[in-house]
Design a binder for this molecule. Structure first.
Ligand code: MG
Length: 256
């Protein structure tokens, strides 16, 4: 290979430099000079988040709809037939009775706070101990079960998306103590032809511990067989009667 002489080299460098300068000058005529970068360029002020007053402890924040305040099941109805929710209200709680119950209101995306307690008297094993359930949009069951020293199939224990996803960990408190679920739910979206656009997603904290992390729901809960989505709109929250006297209290929801 033959290297260029110093003189040739200078000419080449000068030519390139001039070329770049000429190109830059041409560009400068067409493109406006960008404004000076300042911190305010990456701020936005609208919309301003509205003010919500948080509740004391686990109490509902100011913008929540209270679904159970310890006094009545006015916000609930029987899932079958739509009559009055006939579960017993007692000492600021209510106890699972005959037949599932549903909220009178229907919901899409939401944040739900719900507290529950397995029966004080430990009876039964596996799925037979302290079984109830929270059906998100009436279809997708977040399992309620006494999973304190009670082995069952992992995707059927407390905090599972029943028969689909196990909880990441078992954060269960023993019977006689209250458990808390904080649930952030994104409803599934459907196309105009009724086919699935995006599945439901759910994040769950069990007693403050993350147990479902933006989990993709596979479809409506099935006891036998595989789930399959069917298009639906807003729907109630339903609670399951599985024949065990599970107690609930302090339920509130924020629509998102
Ligand atoms: Mg259940």
């Amino acid at each position: 290979m033959k290297f260029s002489t110093p003189t040739t080299h200078k000419i080449v460098v000068a030519t390139i430099t001039f070329g770049l300068f000429a190109f830059s000058a041409a560009q400068a005529q067409q493109v406006p000079v960008p404004p000076k970068m300042v911190p305010e360029m990456t701020e936005f002020w609208e919309p301003e988040p509205r003010v919500v007053t948080p509740g004391q402890g686990m109490a509902a924040p100011s913008d929540a709809l209270v679904l159970f305040d310890g006094k009545s099941l006015d916000q609930w109805k029987a899932k079958s037939g739509g009559g009055a929710a006939a579960w017993q209200v007692k000492d600021g709680t209510f106890i699972v009775g005959k037949g599932d119950i549903s909220t009178k209101r229907e919901f899409g995306d939401f944040q739900l706070h719900i507290e529950w307690s397995a029966p004080n008297k430990v009876e039964g094993n596996s799925q037979g101990r302290g079984n109830s359930g929270i059906f998100l949009q009436d279809r997708y069951e977040l399992q309620v079960l006494d999973s304190y020293n009670n082995r069952t199939y992992s995707n059927g224990q407390a905090g599972s998306i029943y028969k689909q996803h196990r909880p990441l960990v078992n954060a269960m408190r023993p019977p006689t103590e209250w458990n808390v679920y904080d649930i952030i739910y994104t409803a599934p979206r459907f196309k105009e032809d009724g086919s699935l656009f995006s599945p439901a997603r759910v994040t769950v904290l069990h007693n403050g511990v993350l147990i479902q992390n933006n989990t993709e729901v596979k479809g409506p809960t099935e006891y036998i067989g595989l789930p399959e989505y069917k298009a639906h709109g807003k729907a109630p929250i339903s609670l399951q009667d599985h024949g065990n006297p599970v107690a609930y209290r302090n339920i509130w929801i924020r629509e998102l």
